[in-house]
Design a protein around this ligand. Structure first.
Ligand code: CP
Length: 356
C-alpha cells in the first residue's frame, strides 16, 4: 500500500496509525513522516542497524565500506526553519553513506523569494535529487509533498525533519535509540517511567516521542509543566487509546526520584501568538539543577533534544547520567540507519563482517 494508491482527500483524514501503513512496505521505510508509522519491530531493527553502523564506522576500512554504499544518490536538505543538530546530523549521515548533498536553508536565496510555492520548490528538487529531507513550520507539508511526489513522475522519498509544532519523527527515533542504549542492561524501555518537562504544549519532540513510547509495555509518562504549557488533549487521547499510563502535574522537584528518564525541553516562544507571551509564564521551578542530581535514580538518564536555554544547568553536564550530548550524536547514527533502510543497503551493512 503506497501513497500513489490513495486520493489525498482520503489520506489526509486518516488517523495517524492508519496513515503509517502507507509509509512503510514490509521492513522498508518509503517515507519517514510521522512517529506513528514506526512500530516496535521497526524501532528494534533501526536501533540494531544504527549500532552496527556505529561499530563499522570505527575503522578506516569500515568508513570506506559505508561511504561506498550510496555514492550514486543525491540528497536535498530543505530546511526553511533554523536547525543545527537535525541539519548537520542528516548532512553527516549522508556523508557517511557517500550521498552527495545539496541544500536550501533560506528561501531568500531560492525562487520562493519570487513567489514560487513550497510545493513547486519540492517538485523542482525532485528533478535533481533522490531524497528530500525537509524542515518546515507548516504542519502536514511533508506529508502533502510525499503524496504529491508519489503521484508524480519522480516518486522519491521524503523525510520529515520537523513540521510545525506537530511532528519530529527522526528526533523521536534518536530519543528511542538513546533510551534503548541507556537501558540495555536494565531491562530495556518496557516498564520505565519517562518524565517530560517544560513546554509540552508546543514541543514537537515531546509529541513524537510520546507517540513512540506507546510501543513499550508498562511505560508510565509524567507530564510536568505549568498549566499554560501542558500536553494537549490530542496526545492524551492517543495514550488512552494505546492504554498507556500517564499523569499530569506541575510538581517537578518532588517527582524526580520516580523517573528513569527525564526529558527536559525549552520554552518554544517562536510559536507565541503575541510577542512576549511566553515570558509571562513562570518556568523557574522547571529547571534541572546540580542539587537535583542527589535525588535522581543512579541508573536514570537526563535527556534534552537541545538547543537548551537555562532549563538544564551546565553544572550538570559532567554527570554520566546527563546524556544529551550522546543523544545528539545518536541522531547521526539513527539517521544514517534510516537512510540506509530507505535505499535498501541495510542488509549489506548488517552483513558487513561476512564481506571482509
Ligand atoms: N533537536 C533539534 O531538532 O535541534 P535543531 O533544531 O538544532 O535541529
Amino acid at each position: 500500500m503506497g501513497l500513489n494508491e490513495i486520493a489525498w482527500d482520503d489520506y489526509k483524514d486518516l488517523g495517524l496509525y492508519e496513515k503509517g501503513k502507507f509509509l512503510i512496505d514490509g521492513n522498508h521505510v518509503e517515507h519517514a513522516l510521522i512517529a506513528q508509522q514506526f512500530g516496535r519491530k521497526e524501532l528494534d531493527y533501526l536501533g540494531e542497524l544504527a549500532t552496527k553502523i556505529r561499530f563499522i564506522a570505527k575503522t578506516r576500512e569500515g568508513m570506506d565500506f559505508l561511504n561506498s554504499q550510496l555514492p550514486h544518490k543525491r540528497a536535498m536538505l530543505y530546511f526553511t526553519q533554523p536547525s543545527t543538530r537535525t541539519f548537520l546530523s542528516f548532512f553527516a549521515a549522508c556523508q557517511i553513506l557517500g550521498l552527495r548533498i545539496g541544500n536550501v536553508r533560506d528561501t531568500a536565496t531560492s525562487s520562493e523569494f519570487k513567489g514560487e510555492t513550497q510545493e513547486d520548490s519540492v517538485r523542482s528538487f525532485s528533478s535533481y535529487y533522490d531524497l528530500i529531507v525537509m524542515r518546515t513550520k507548516k504542519k502536514g507539508l511533508a506529508e502533502r509533498m510525499a503524496w504529491v511526489l508519489a503521484n508524480s513522475e519522480r516518486p522519491i522519498p521524503i523525510i520529515n525533519a520537523g513540521s510545525g509544532q506537530d511532528q519530529h519523527p527522526t528526533q523521536a527515533l534518536l530519543d528511542i535509540y538513546t533510551l534503548q542504549r541507556s537501558f540495555e542492561g536494565i531491562g530495556g524501555i518496557d516498564g520505565k517511567t519517562v518524565m517530560f518537562v517544560g513546554d509540552l504544549a508546543r514541543g514537537r519532540t515531546v509529541r513524537s516521542l510520546a507517540g513512540l513510547l506507546t510501543n513499550y509495555a508498562g511505560v508510565k509518562l509524567l507530564f510536568v509543566a505549568p498549566e499554560q504549557l501542558q500536553i494537549s488533549d490530542e496526545i492524551l487521547k492517543l495514550l488512552d487509546d494505546a492504554d498507556v499510563s500517564y499523569e499530569i502535574t506541575s510538581e517537578f522537584e518532588e517527582r524526580i526520584p520516580e523517573a528513569n528518564a527525564i526529558y527536559m525541553t525549552r520554552i518554544q516562544d517562536e510559536w507565541d501568538a503575541h510577542k512576549g507571551e511566553s515570558a509571562k509564564v513562570d518556568t523557574t521551578k522547571f529547571c534541572f539543577k546540580a542539587e537535583h542530581l542527589d535525588v535522581l535514580k543512579k541508573d536514570a538518564v537526563l535527556m534534552h533534544p537541545l538547543p537548551r536555554r537555562n532549563e538544564i544547568s551546565t553544572d550538570v553536564d559532567h554527570d554520566p547520567r546527563a546524556v544529551y550530548w550522546r543523544q545528539m550524536r545518536n541522531g547521526m547514527w539513527i539517521r544514517t540507519a534510516l537512510i540506509a533502510n530507505i535505499f535498501a543497503v541495510d542488509k549489506s551493512i548488517l552483513n558487513y563482517e561476512n564481506q571482509s
